[in-house]
Each structure stands twice: as structure tokens, then as C-alpha cells.
Design a binder for this molecule. Sequence first.
Ligand SMILES: *Cc1c(COP(=O)(O)O)cnc(C)c1O
Length: 369
Amino acid sequence: MRIPFLSFEYMNRQIKPEVMKAFEQFFDKSWFVLGDSVKTFEKNYAAFNQTAFAIGVSNGLDALHIALKALDIKEGDEVIVPSNTYIATLLAVSYTGATPVLAEPDTDTCNINPSCIEAAITSRTKAVIPVHLYGQSCDMESIISIASKNNLYVVEDNAQAHAASWNNKTTGSWGHINATSFYPGKNLGALGDAGAVTTNDELLASKASLLRNYGSDKKYYNEVIGFNMRLDECQAAFLDIKLKYLLQWTEQRQQIAEWYNNELAGIGDLILPFTHNQATHVFHLYVVRTKRRHELQTYLSERGIGTLIHYPVPPHLQNAYKTLGYKKGDFPVAEELANTCLSLPLWPGMTGSQVREVATIIRSFFDGK
Ligand SMILES: *Cc1c(COP(=O)(O)O)cnc(C)c1O
């Protein structure tokens, strides 16, 4: 690919000396699991995320699972999730034995629609998981207000939105307990799998911390039936280095999105990303929509431009969730998004001329050239 969908080259070049030094220290120290690097990163990430606590865990899916377990979500409970999210949001609910209940997104922001949450509430509903999709915060004030009126827990899925906010309050700091992922391609990415749980609640923080480590606080004494879902020391050390660059990289993402917005305005039937005026968008992904998505993706690929689809099959139409009993047509907004969305190349370090090159090819596609 001439212009890949994602490149780590620029970020890696910036951090390489620090990462190599951190790796050497880690290697020489030979303390591999739950040590000072995890503690330091947890402290720094909690401060960055504006929560009292951050608990480093193995990945984003496990972070969601731990968050729900800490709230004692279990069989017989229902948890409301967006109909257009990544499958992990539903899987975590299923692991607890609870049932995921889908609510449609807003057509402009692609984030869960608060009135659809309200419509999905039953006597069994225990929690709602807003997902800050593509890097834009959900309408957290409306969601918190619906949740408190109905006695529901809020668990934010902040995997795609490190450093985003709603009315200047950070995503991942609104819910009772929240989850995030540091999968390599996320805005803050480890050099492998990693994740975190964030909360302001001391009791939930200590539950999460027990759950990630065999239910144990003191070695060989087990308080609850926990998991092995720990964050590695070396990943914590790498994340701590990358965290220092996150705001700078976020600004670059936003600049690239602005370049795309200017270059792609008014072309064909293209729908560009919509940012709500109370939200900051950290552009984990720059997602456009068109009825000719398949043709456009092929056209770009033939000209060396990498794109991806987030996501081609909505959860209710996945084989894994046949058991929920949904069918095609049940969630028309999610289905429309799945059929029309296309994520364009975007990474810190991408240049204005690369953005122009992508835009020129998209323009020539719609011009029929
Ligand atoms: C990436 C992602 C996850 C899962 O994170 P992993 O670290 O890959 O387990 C969960 N939810 C959303 C919205 C994601 O984008």
C-alpha cells in the first residue's frame, strides 16, 4: 500500500530510544508481573483520565468483563449496549451470564441514542454501556440522567476515545466503573495487548483489582473467584512512555480529520464525520459513508490506499449472537452504517499531502474518472 490504513513508523521513531531503554531496565530487573511499572502507569493514567483509580488489566475485553463483575452483573440481568459496536462490548456482557440488549445509535454521531436507551429499559436492566465510537464522546449528560432515574449502572467503553470529552469532562470518568483498551492500534496503544479499568469508587476499584489477580490481594489468599487478567510490567512501562505523547498525537489526528473535512466536503453522496458541539472527537477513526462503499474501497485499494470497515456486520447479525433471536431489519440504523461506512487512513505523522492524495483519488472516483 502506498498509503496504508495505519502506520506506526512516525510514532515508533519518536519513542524508540525511550522504549529501548525501558526494555533494558525491565529485562535487567526481571520483575515481570504486577510491580512498580504497573503501579506508576496506573497512577499516571488515572490522573490523565481524571479518575481516582485506574487498574491495569490484560486487554479491553477483560476490562469490560471485570467492570461488569465488580458491579455484580449476572445471569438474569440485562445490559444495554449500542447496536453498532465492536463485538467485545457484547461478549463481556455474555461472559457474566447477563443478556446484551441492543439500542440504536444516533444517525449523525453514530453513538448510542439516549432515547433508544430509555426505550430498551425493562425491570431486568442493570446497566448501560455507552461506547465512544470512532473517538467521539457519547451524550454523557443525557445518559447519566436516564441511568440515575432508572437506577442503572453506567459502564463506559472508552477503548476508542482516550483523551476525548463531553462538555470538557473526560470520557472514562463519567460512569460508575469504566473500561478501556490499549490494543496497539488504539489512540494509546501498547506493544501488545493491554487495557484498564477506571473509576472514582474506591470499593469498585478494590474489587476490580482483586478480580484481575485470582481474587487475591495477599499471595495464596483468595477472597473471590477471580481471573488472571493482569497487565504486564513491560507493557505498563511502554504505555507510560506513550502516554506522554498522547495529547500531541491526538492533535495530529484532529488536524488530519480537519484536512479530510476540507478536502472531501460536497463530494458525491459522501457523508463526513459529524462532531457534536458538546463533544471532543479524538478521531480514533475517520469514517465516511457512501452507498457506493464497496466500489470505493476497491477503487482506493487498486490505487494503493488502505481502508477498513468498522464494522461490516452488526452484532445482532453475527452467527455468535443468533441465540439473541434478532433478524435483519431489527436495527436499521446499525445495518445502514454497516453497509455504508468506510474508515480512511489516519495515523499520527500522516502528512497533508498524503491526505490530499487520498482525497484526490476519492474525488476522481465520484467524478467517474
Ligand atoms: C478495541 C475495542 C475493545 C476491545 O479491546 P481489546 O483490547 O481488543 O480486547 C472493546 N470495545 C471497543 C469499542 C473497541 O474498539
